[in-house]
Write a protein that binds this ligand. Structure first.
Ligand SMILES: [Zn+2]
Length: 273
């Protein structure tokens, strides 16, 4: 099977021309200017109103990326955001504990919104589709509401892949979302090093997540239907940007073997699986 020389796409998942996939070919033609992303992000941070109780919001999931985003905001930029965690009923207990412990450690406020995404997950998993896009859209909607209520203009997130060629995207009514990690190109191993001295316990979840209980099962079902992982594009992008080794990336996109206990836990919380 033809394989892309740069990322992990094969002809099964992406069109390959010569020895590169079309995404890598496009990227070679229009690479991301990381210095520009950095300027964008740091300009926003410089202009935050530091006299406000909450100069910005951090969308906080208790997963490793949002924790690193908090670390950067507090340690590098001396900003204390309001951390907003939307608990969709399917976060691991461990992630919630991490969120509480880390925000305590940094002395920042954590606002937890309890929601129930059971219906969404049941629907999507039954069809063998990915729940991620719809789940994150709903979560961001809740975070946006908090921003609106507290009159906060910027929502930072722990995403590392920019919006195309920018770290910032407009939301409704003048509120902007900033992908804080996108300029800094932090590799997977470095992330765990950055977490070392923090009260972070790595959950025993497979695949890419350090917080979501549903992901494994969703990946499994999708895999059974399509024969590959719905994470392929995101993981391929990480490889293309040099954030993840090819070998590790291939591990990430294998079909997960979700342990029985996770199934039991999910059923207990309301999933019909
Ligand atoms: Zn490629």
């Amino acid at each position: 099977m033809k394989e892309c020389k740069i990322c992990i796409h094969t002809e099964k998942t992406k069109k390959i021309i010569g020895d590169l996939c079309i995404d890598c070919l496009t990227y070679k033609k229009y690479p991301i200017d990381f210095d520009k992303l950095k300027k964008e992000v740091e300009e926003v941070i410089k202009n935050l109103d530091k006299n406000k109780k909450y100069p910005c919001i951090l969308a906080f999931s208790g997963g490793k990326d949002s924790i690193i985003a908090l670390k950067i905001l507090v340690e590098k930029f001396k900003i204390k955001p309001l951390c907003v965690l939307v608990n969709n009923k399917y976060l691991s207990q461990n992630a919630i504990e991490n969120a509480i412990n880390i925000t305590n450690y940094y002395g920042v406020d954590l606002f937890i919104i309890n929601k129930d995404f059971t219906q969404l997950f049941n629907e999507v998993i039954k069809k063998g589709e990915s729940p991620c896009r719809r789940c994150s859209r709903l979560i961001l909607r809740e975070v946006w509401r908090v921003a609106k209520r507290f009159n906060i203009k910027y929502i930072f997130t722990g995403h590392e892949i920019p919006f195309g060629h920018s770290a910032i995207r407009d939301m409704k009514e003048g509120i902007k979302m900033v992908r804080l990690l996108s300029p800094y190109k932090i590799k997977e191993d470095e992330k765990y090093k950055l977490l070392e001295n923090l009260p972070f316990k790595k959950p025993n979840l497979y695949g890419y997540t350090t917080n979501c209980l549903v992901l494994g099962v969703a990946l499994e079902r999708f895999y059974e239907k399509y024969g590959f992982s719905f994470e392929i594009d995101r993981v391929a992008t990480l490889v293309r940007l040099g954030l993840l080794d090819k070998e590790k990336a291939k591990e990430h996109i294998k079909k997960p073997e979700v342990p029985k206990e996770i199934y039991e836990e999910l059923r207990k919380r309301g999933l019909e699986i």
